[in-house]
Ligand binder design. Structure first.
Ligand code: G
Ligand code: G
Ligand code: NA
Ligand code: MN
Length: 253
């Protein structure tokens, strides 16, 4: 049983860790960044994945605290990579319940300053529904973050609602097409058509297009052929601890 008390202890004793999944630049074939994914390194149960604790974190009102923890870890890791002369931007998932926290921009600014990390080394991934609850507040916070130089990306794009409306007026840099469209593209003409037209949509708005859930070579080649900017998925690499990622990167030619 995962109790709230256990989660509070986990937050205070640094039991949350990050894994990193690389993103591939489809033009240069270089790894151009990573997405940070939180895991709970439980003292007895071992590694617990987000599905096993995020709902309870939300219920217990601990999401802002977890987000701050994850951001601190992400900034520290990005600073370590930058110090090694191999800067790698880190993208952090920010839930709806964190995007109502007016102190988020200041918290991030402080973490960046403490590690002397340029704002362009941190990115935030938000989902469509995080913008629905309290639109004005969400928009205000996003503008402040973007004014600080932090890029905003819309995660799971295509699965939410009202997407076109907010594409018109929200400060965003990137769309991440949900894997529900990318995965079936090889043998589903409609999915493929949606992928291709979403790439066009992104580019006509001056946004970068990232495909997630790339699980095979066919999808990767098709995405590149249609001008998708970046790709992420098990076919490229699974999420992994920073040390493993360093090793993996060193093995890539
Ligand atoms: O690898 P995966 O099982 O990690 O992630 C499952 C879900 O958990 C995804 O929807 C992902 O966006 C979410 N997730 C992973 N890490 C974080 C995090 O640090 N914060 C939030 N809010 N969600 C996360
Ligand atoms: O919601 P979000 O896009 O943040 O989800 C990230 C989740 O997607 C993580 O659980 C991650 O492990 C998972 N993921 C990453 N690449 C792939 C993939 O190629 N296929 C599938 N099925 N899941 C993936
Ligand atoms: Na994400
Ligand atoms: Mn996603």
């Amino acid at each position: 049983l995962r109790t709230l008390q256990e989660l509070r202890t986990a937050l205070h004793t640094d039991q949350f860790v990050l894994h990193f999944q690389p993103k591939l630049d489809l033009r240069t074939d270089e790894i151009c960044g990573v997405e940070a994914l939180v895991r709970w390194d439980h003292p007895r149960r071992g590694l617990v994945y987000p599905d096993g604790f995020l709902p309870l974190i939300e219920e217990g009102g601990m999401m802002p605290a977890l987000t701050e923890r994850v951001l601190a870890l992400a900034v520290a890791q990005a600073a370590d990579w930058a110090a090694l002369g191999r800067p790698l931007p880190v993208a952090v998932n920010v839930s709806a319940s964190s995007l109502v926290d007016d102190e988020l921009p200041e918290f991030i600014a402080q973490r960046l300053a403490a590690r002397q990390l340029p704002a362009c080394m941190l990115k935030l991934e938000i989902t469509e529904e995080s913008l629905m609850d309290d639109r004005d507040r969400g928009r205000r916070i996003l503008h402040r973050l973007r004014d600080q130089g932090i890029e905003i990306s819309v995660d799971d794009f295509g699965t939410g609602y009202s997407s076109l409306a907010y594409l018109r007026d929200l400060p965003i840099d990137e769309l991440k097409l949900d894997r529900a469209f990318v995965f079936p593209m090889a043998d589903d003409a409609r999915a493929a058509a949606l992928v291709v037209s979403t790439i066009g949509l992104a580019h006509s708005l001056g946004l970068r297009m990232v495909a997630e859930g790339v699980e095979n070579d066919t999808a990767l080649a098709e995405l590149a052929r249609h001008g998708c900017d970046q790709a992420q998925g098990f076919h490229i690499a699974r999420p992994m601890p920073a040390v493993e990622l360093d090793h993996w990167l060193s093995l890539r030619v």
